[in-house]
Design a protein around this ligand. Structure first.
Ligand SMILES: Cc1cc2nc3c(=O)[nH]c(=O)nc-3n(C[C@H](O)[C@H](O)[C@H](O)COP(=O)(O)O)c2cc1C
Length: 163
């Protein structure tokens, strides 16, 4: 099943947690890996959620915020399945993920979100993404906290690709 599909795992990560899990997802799915990078990297001060004036606080409180990307994946047309990984920020996906989704052509692709967090679930993120992009072919996503094993990831990927 996995071999019949062409999969890209695209992820955004500021402090490495989502990156580590994205690398494992890509390996388990025999997929290509792409890092979603902001044109302007986030500094530690930018990520301070205690500071209402920090870059992340300002962006996340503005529904129209669309931070610029450093680039989009090459050869995107050749993939039929796209996993999109991100850290949960303020219970939802960072607005950089909105920029990404709005700048790529996802027509005809399955989109599967995954996330890491300090404890928040992914359900609220998924509900918001479904509301924002109702025409995308969303498949059920997953919170991948706690260093899931290769076997756990393979079981989830097989299940999601069957749907
Ligand atoms: C600005 C900001 C907002 C966050 N908001 C949440 C949140 O709402 N719920 C949560 O559980 N964790 C939250 N976190 C924690 C991150 O989701 C968590 O540390 C994540 O694993 C970081 O991934 P990364 O290392 O790939 O950047 C937040 C972190 C930042 C920087």
């Amino acid at each position: 099943m996995i071999q019949e599909t062409s999969i890209l795992v695209a992820y955004f990560s500021c402090t490495g947690t989502t990156r580590r899990v994205a690398e494992k997802v890509a390996k388990a799915a025999q997929a290509a890996l792409f890092e979603i990078k902001p044109a302007q990297p986030y500094t530690a001060a930018d990520l301070n959620w205690h500071d209402r004036a920090s870059r992340s606080s300002v962006e996340m409180s503005d529904p129209t915020s669309r931070p610029a990307l450093a680039g989009i994946p090459p050869h995107l047309d050749s993939y039929d399945t796209l996993f999109i990984g991100f850290p949960i920020w303020w219970y939802v996906a960072p607005t950089l993920i909105n920029t990404f989704i709005e700048q790529i052509n996802w027509t005809g692709k399955r989109l599967i979100p995954f996330a890491t967090s300090g404890g928040s679930g992914i359900e609220h993120c998924e509900a918001q993404l479904h509301r924002q992009y109702p025409h995308a072919a969303w498949r059920s996503g997953r919170l991948l906290n706690g260093n899931p094993s290769a076997e756990q990831l393979a079981a989830w990927i097989a299940e999601v690709l069957k749907a």
